[in-house]
Design a protein around this ligand. Structure first.
Ligand code: ADP
Ligand code: MG
Length: 271
């Protein structure tokens, strides 16, 4: 949930947005979300936009907004279009088309699972062209902070657009179609990471690891990856998330760490 309201933004920032999309006549708060300083749906006389932003002086948030903007149209097949991008009054504000969807349910039997798999099928064919690479993270570099084995790091490299922050709050399902939002951690890397991250989310939502893997088995990025490479990713993510979330006490982190470990043990054949 945003920490501040639309009205609390500097007047010049609001004016800059209104200059682009017209006067704002109504503002809806957004309940989901953990990071954004402001996250709202604004209504104008003619349409709506989802607006998210942060002060430029918050370096972490600013970098995430930079990446969301850098992804822009690259993710067009799976994400709502970026409709505005303003930096004014010390704030950066991004606007996306509103997705009239619901938070995805990834529980066993939910039709949303297939919708998300279809979105990942589209995402799997998005390679990041050289000119778009500047704004994004290199996936293997991010993991190097956690000192995994060198051979595991090399297996993370690739040219596919990776979301890397897949969780049900960042997946909106509308009319049987899943949209992926929140590209603040967008990275360039090995294509199997998108389906692998979904596998962990499916396990966290109650799937047996075997069924979670079966759900993504048809995705080329998964099917074309050597089992040993997937073993390496499972091992890496299970230990890294325990490390990364060590001091973040939140029910989501507990469930996610447990799911990653369950997946790693399953791949080792002990579950
Ligand atoms: N384009 C959109 N249309 C409608 N709702 C959205 C859109 N993008 C995000 N949301 C909602 O706003 C929430 C917060 O946005 P998100 O980009 O995930 O920010 P945060 O970094 O705070 O998690 C999301 O969980 C989702 O519920
Ligand atoms: Mg989010």
């Amino acid at each position: 949930m945003g920490h501040i309201t639309w009205e609390q933004l500097p007047a010049e920032a609001r004016a800059a947005v209104e200059k682009l999309i017209g006067p704002v006549v109504k503002v809806e708060a957004v309940r989901e979300g953990r990071r954004s300083a402001v996250a709202v749906i604004v209504h104008t006389g003619t349409g709506r936009a989802f607006i998210k932003g942060a002060p430029r002086e918050d370096a972490t948030a600013a970098a995430q907004l930079d990446r969301e903007a850098a992804v822009g149209a690259l993710a067009a097949t799976v994400a709502p279009p970026l409709v505005l991008d303003v930096t004014v009054g010390g704030w950066r504000l991004l606007g996306h088309e509103v997705v009239d969807g619901q938070r995805a349910s990834l529980s066993p039997g939910s039709p949303d699972v297939q919708a998300v798999v279809e979105a990942l099928a589209h995402l799997g064919s998005v390679t990041v062209p050289a000119e778009n690479r500047g704004g994004l993270l290199w996936f293997e570099k991010r993991w190097s902070h956690y000192a995994p084995a060198a051979r595991d790091l090399a297996a993370l490299a690739g040219a596919t657009l990776l979301h890397t922050d897949l969780n049900p709050g960042n997946i909106l399902v509308a009319g049987g179609r899943a949209s992926l939002v929140d590209w603040g951690m967008a990275s360039i890397g090995a294509g199997y990471a998108n389906p692998a991250d979904l596998v962990i989310n499916l396990i966290a939502a109650g799937h047996h690891p075997r069924d979670a893997e079966a759900a993504v088995a048809g995705l080329p990025a998964w099917a074309s990856t050597a089992p040993e490479t997937l073993d390496g990713y499972a091992r890496l993510i299970a230990s890294t998330w325990l490390y990364a979330f060590w001091s973040i006490r939140h029910p989501w982190t507990d469930v996610t760490v447990a799911a990653a470990q369950r997946w790693a043990l399953h791949r080792r054949g002990t579950l």
